[in-house]
Design a protein. Structure first.
Length: 454
């Protein structure tokens, strides 16, 4: 660009010089200087171009040297790659030979490896679910490593498998007591003294416990078994090591205990009877109340009659026999027939008071099973309505109505049986009182008849 610019400058100068031809001879000296300057600049530009050409050639030689070096390295790497490929193939052949030699050297050890892995895998589940793990946790870790191993087990690992299985068998035959954390029903854990009965149950002062293999925690039952079962735990806690105590165990490791928590109590069964069941219970309560009142009244009456029998000559109107004797004393002058009629009339007046409420007990005893039958019919009607709406696919839908039918029947029978017995008891007591009255009345009449004949 510099050279081109200078050329334009020279042309411009020449143009100006041509336009001023009249002054050509006058400016000859200036033109010589310009010519000389152009020549010098051309020489300088030539030197610069030559220098640039030399630099280019030098750089070209360097690039060529680098290219040659790269080609040499490429050839060397290709040769090395071919050598490595041959070595890799040779190593593969060697590995195959070694693998075959290893398989040949193992012989039946491969079968043992499979047996060990299978035994470890089978033992993991039983040991994790075992109650022994509640006392001795972490025993399944070595078994997991054996079950997941890809190589032959070492002698130490085989010994660990043996020890794990032997420990399980040995501890399953022991009754052991240890301190551990027990989760509460409210979610708050606490340290408690737990007794492990073999591999069957975990118990504490509060009752039976459940071990959860998933969470590896000990939890109490939502509902404990009946009291007579829990009494065995108390006996076990108070037994010395040299003595024995009977205790109930769950051979299913808690499955039966879990099912027991779902079993309905007597109160739950009672409430399943519904309104009909409540009515039957009310009738039973009413009958028992009437029975109690009548039994107490007849007992007191019998006691007063026995006292009156000891003093027949002095009648006391606080008892039926005394009132009958008073009738006799008031009608001693009557003949036998009139006296007998008077006494019969007095006994008839006492009979309703003595037999009061007894027939009501009998009626209640008859009504109770009929109400139970009514509850059965209602439960069956509701069951068929449920079947009509929802079908028979889910028996739980019909269970409530069937429970109503069965519970009301049972309640009706349960109420009728004691009411019948109570009716017989009260009726017998009232008949004994009436029998005493009849007996004394007959004796009075007989004595009076004898006096008249005399």
């Amino acid at each position: 660009m510099k050279k081109l610019f200078k050329g334009f400058a020279v042309a411009a100068v020449l143009t100006v010089s041509a336009g001023t031809a009249l002054n050509a001879h006058a400016n000859t000296g200036a033109l010589d200087k310009i010519l000389e300057q152009v020549k010098q600049e051309r020489i300088s530009e030539g030197k610069i171009n030559k220098q640039r050409e030399q630099e280019f050639l030098s750089e070209r030689a360097d690039k060529q040297a680098l290219l040659n070096k790269a080609k040499s390295q490429l050839a060397s790497e290709k040769s090395r790659g071919e050598s490595l490929a041959k070595q890799y193939a040779q190593n593969e052949n060697t590995l195959a030979e070694k693998e075959a030699a290893l398989q040949s050297a193992q012989g039946t050890l491969g079968e043992m490896f499979g047996v060990v892995r299978r035994a470890a895998q089978d033992a993991i589940g039983s040991i994790e679910a075992s109650l022994v793990s509640a006392e001795k946790p972490g025993r399944a870790e070595i078994l997991r490593s054996l079950a997941a191993a890809k190589e032959l087990p070492t002698v130490r690992e085989l010994e660990e498998l043996w020890i794990s299985l032997q420990t399980e068998m040995t501890e399953s035959a022991k009754v052991s007591t240890f301190e551990t954390e027990v989760a509460g029903l409210d979610g708050n854990p606490s340290m408690k003294k737990v007794t492990r009965i073999g591999n069957f149950n975990l118990v504490t002062d509060d009752g039976y416990l459940i071990y959860s293999p998933e969470t590896k925690s000990i939890q109490p039952l939502g509902k404990q078994p009946d009291g007579y079962i829990l009494d065995g735990i108390s006996a076990l806690e108070n037994t010395s090591p040299d003595n024995y105590a009977g205790v109930y165990i769950d051979p299913t490791r808690g499955a039966i205990l879990r099912i027991n928590t779902q079993k309905a109590t007597l109160m739950e069964y009672f409430h399943q009877g519904g309104v009909v069941g409540y009515i039957i219970t009310a009738l039973l309560g009413l009958g028992m109340l009437i029975t109690l009142i009548r039994f107490v009244d007849l007992t007191l009456t019998t006691s007063k009659i026995k006292s009156q029998l000891k003093n027949v000559a002095t009648p006391n109107t606080n008892n039926p026999l005394g009132r009958i004797l008073k009738v006799y004393h008031d009608n001693k002058n009557q003949d036998v027939e009139n006296l007998e009629l008077k006494l019969d009339e007095a006994i008839l007046r006492e009979t309703p008071r003595i037999e009061a409420g007894i027939n009501i007990i009998k009626i209640l005893a008859a009504i109770a099973p009929l109400l139970g039958l009514l509850g059965t019919v209602i439960g069956m009607i509701l069951t068929f309505q449920t079947i009509t709406l929802f079908g028979t696919g889910d028996p739980k839908i019909m269970a409530g109505n069937i429970s109503l039918a069965l519970v009301t029947t049972a309640l009706g029978l349960i109420a009728a049986l004691p009411l019948i017995l109570l009716h017989a008891l009260v009726a017998g007591r009232s008949k004994s009182v009436l029998h005493i009255l009849d007996e004394q009345s007959a004796g009075i009449v007989a004595t009076h008849a004898e006096k008249e004949k005399a």
